[in-house]
Write a protein that binds this ligand. Sequence first.
Ligand code: FE2
Length: 275
Amino acid sequence: MDKFSKAWKGHEEKIRRNWLAVVRESDTVVLAGDFSWGRDLEECGPDFDFIGKLPGRKILIRGNHDMFWDAKKTPALNALFEGRFFFLQDNYAAYEDYALVGTKGICFENLTSFEQFRKLQKRETERLRTSFEAARAAGYRKFIVFLHYPPTSSIWPATPELCEALGMSRREEAAIRRQEQEILRQHGGRDIGHNPVIDLHALPPALLHSVMDVTEVLSSPFTRMAEEYGAEQVIYAHSHGKSRFHDSIHGELRGVRYQLVSGDYLDFKPFRVIG
Ligand SMILES: [Fe+2]
């Protein structure tokens, strides 16, 4: 991990030291994904041992790098690690009178086609609803949501709706689809990944407001579900490095509090969610 930036130098020791400074055996700790680089349980063994030896009850969310975690085999993982780790997906964990609900989530990162993003987003919102409903059926009315991905997307494909909201002419819209750099730049565009995209955070505030309805910069199926169930907080990770820390919502919005907890954002210190 040291290769990413100097913030990651000795990150395991930072995690251990900071964890031991504040976490007691009676505490509950949620790890918000990207737990291990290991490709299977055997390769993840040292990471399970490392976290397992630290105090507290540990709950895991599936990150995009967690190859060991086959989404369909969550019950088997929970059986295998019973008493050591709880894998949060299509289920919930109780903490006092709260239900901790969650799933991996998804944001548009320009890594896949927009159609593929929509497919993954649909599956992940269904999983989050399953989690909420399981908790609600058990009588819980207070919720904290944990996602791996940010709940909203800071870049968005140049859909016809977005091009129209940005006041682009048909010619400009066609040009942006051909990834003409100057046109892209003028409209806050980026040319990374597979699709020409608009960097929504590069837009002036007034323009950003006018494109909200046709993008998911401040509202997505995940934020709407958090609001629908009256969740108090949405905790998310995945955004690393200063240029990505503001990819999604920080602070309170429409009655829900949003908090980024990626390792380098918190300098590897545990974040106190409740209590
Ligand atoms: Fe990630």
